[in-house]
Design a binder for this molecule. Structure first.
Ligand SMILES: Cc1cc2nc3c(=O)[nH]c(=O)nc-3n(C[C@H](O)[C@H](O)[C@H](O)COP(=O)(O)OP(=O)(O)OC[C@H]3O[C@@H](n4cnc5c(N)ncnc54)[C@H](O)[C@@H]3O)c2cc1C
Length: 506
């Protein structure tokens, strides 16, 4: 095997983007992925000939001139992606069990304000304040706006604001406060922790423009992989990294599960930082660093119900629903087991094979703590090689949860059961096994406004040739991870140089 300039561990979005950037800069790169399918959370699966996304339901900022459009143009993705623009009058709709009204999040700041002003006329000023502060917060993040900033430095004042308090400070109406925070499963929002910048960066990207990937988000990984290979990069699946060998306090090779070794000058880990430090032998990083990384709290996981509809029975919805059983969007994350689910996020994929106007499937996500599935944690299941049977009790658990979710869904969509051909479900264990985290966490390390620097992970580690990338770094989500890959590769080629290249690609 050759000595690579950079060996990348994990083929999630961040890993693939780093491979592309460095290959484009003339490096000899390789990506090592443990699973058969590449892309990490971009993976799809199919049931009854219908495609389901596992972790990308919609993306934002893809209109010409917007930030993700510029990044994706640089990655040679923009012209090749098959996208469906979502409903401009409400790409997200917030709803509550005791209220027949759906509350829209409209596309564009003016329509966003106007549609909510119509429902809450007394909150004109509050909505102005909310939107202008949201935009000001996003502006404070140079990399998100493609401004050169060597160290991705951010004004501290933007990190130390609590989202829930900020919203309450902008608008007085308790319902409107709930609606503005209604898409909080997008960032697993916690009332006492979530910093405003997390809420702002996520919501802003969709308010700018919201898109679904036609036939699933795996196309992002597929196109990126082809682009990497066209630049001479190599990608190996079924290549799980289990440890490292060292020379002069640096990593020399990554050791694979089958015993093979892959040598590199530099290494980038796209896997969870806690998992990364687990693989490092004692003596190569300080105990304090190891402990700090391993003690960081992860965001919650989810239970997901994947429904296949009978042909031409359910209409295609060009928007998502965030539904709550109570008027309390912040606390469904702290649900009581007996009240589960206290809400759900509902996504209807756009399938090119489906007759116009109809949907062939639906994904419904509800928060679920890892403890609920802990009793089966000694099983491991990824297809096609690890088909551990989690047993009948696990199947019963999944069926019970599916029925509860269906009963709640039925209240919003009467007769939905009669339209269902089949349904499948996944739990925190599915995410744990496919992504390689310890607890199936949705978005990795939880950000906390009370101690922002503690939850900010640097791309540099205590080993000089080992770097980190992926959703645990800056931010999760397609945009957050993309910015993170630029921050990581900026360590190699210079952030200002890279930002300049991205800006000039459009
Ligand atoms: C349910 C869900 C819904 C989401 N919806 C959206 C959405 O609608 N829009 C949006 O923008 N974002 C969404 N996200 C977030 C987004 O998908 C993620 O933030 C992003 O894809 C994570 O990318 P990553 O680079 O961190 O890699 P990951 O996706 O975490 O991938 C890591 C990769 O590393 C591999 N790996 C792990 N261990 C090893 C090892 N030892 N050796 C080799 N390989 C290894 C894994 O198999 C995996 O392929 C969602 C996430 C989830 C979970």
């Amino acid at each position: 095997m050759p000595v690579y300039d950079t060996v990348i561990i994990g083929s999630g979005l961040g890993g693939l983007e780093c491979a592309y950037i460095l290959a484009k800069e003339g490096q000899r790169v390789c990506v090592l992925e443990k699973n058969r399918q590449l892309g990490g959370t971009l993976q799809i699966f199919s049931r009854d000939k219908v495609i389901f996304d596992t972790g990308i339901h919609y993306i934002g900022g893809l209109d010409k001139g917007q930030n993700l459009n510029q990044f994706f143009t640089y990655f040679n993705l923009m012209d090749k992606l098959r996208l469906k623009r979502m409903d401009e009058n409400g790409f997200d709709r917030i709803s509550f069990e005791d209220d027949p009204q759906d509350y829209p999040h409209a596309m564009g700041y003016e329509p966003f304000k106007e549609s909510l002003r119509r429902l809450f006329p007394a909150e004109k000023e509050g909505l102005e304040k909310y939107c202008s502060e949201l935009q000001a917060t996003c502006k404070a993040f140079p990399m998100y706006n493609l401004y050169p900033n060597k160290d991705n430095e951010i004004d501290f004042k933007y990190l130390k604001v609590n989202t829930k308090d900020f919203i309450a400070d902008c608008v007085k109406d308790p319902k409107l406060q709930q609606i503005l925070a209604g898409s909080n499963p997008l960032y697993a929002g916690c009332p006492d922790k979530t910093p405003l910048y997390v809420h702002a960066l996520v919501c802003n990207t969709y308010i700018e423009s919201a898109w679904k990937c036609i036939d699933g988000g795996a196309q992002i990984a597929r196109i990126l992989c082809k682009n990497i290979k066209d630049l001479g990069g190599e990608i190996f699946n079924y290549s799980e990294v289990t440890g490292f060998t060292y020379t002069n306090k640096k990593i020399k090779t990554a050791i694979l599960k089958n015993g093979e070794q892959v040598e590199g000058k530099n290494f980038i880990s796209n896997i969870h930082p806690a998992r990364t430090v687990e693989m490092i032998e004692e003596g190569y990083i300080r105990k304090l660093y190891r402990k700090r990384i391993q003690r960081l709290e992860n965001s919650i996981s989810v239970f997901t119900l994947h429904i296949v509809f009978k042909e031409k029975t359910f209409p295609y919805l060009n928007y998502n629903y965030y539904h709550y059983t109570k008027q309390d969007v912040w606390n469904s994350i702290y649900y009581k087991e007996e009240n589960w689910p206290e809400g759900y996020a509902l996504f209807v994929p756009y399938s090119s094979k489906c007759p116009e106007g109809y949907a062939d499937s639906m994904n419904i996500m509800a928060y679920m703590r890892y403890e609920e599935v802990k009793q089966w944690e000694n099983t491991f299941h990824t297809i096609p090689k690890n088909r551990s049977d989690r047993g009948q009790s696990y199947l019963d658990f999944k069926e019970e949860k599916s029925q509860k979710l269906l009963s709640l869904l039925e209240k919003k969509f009467p007769n939905i059961r009669s339209k269902i051909k089949s349904y499948y479900s996944s739990t925190p264990l599915s995410f744990r096994d496919y992504i390689g985290t310890s607890d199936g966490s949705l978005y990795g390390i939880t950000k906390d406004w009370r101690n922002p620097m503690q939850t900010f992970i640097s791309p540099r580690t205590k080993i000089s040739n080992l770097f980190l990338t992926g959703q645990n770094l800056n931010m999760h989500g397609v945009l957050g991870v993309t910015v993170g890959s630029v921050v990581t590769c900026g360590q190699f080629v210079g952030a200002e140089y890279l930002i300049d290249k991205i800006r000039t690609a459009t």
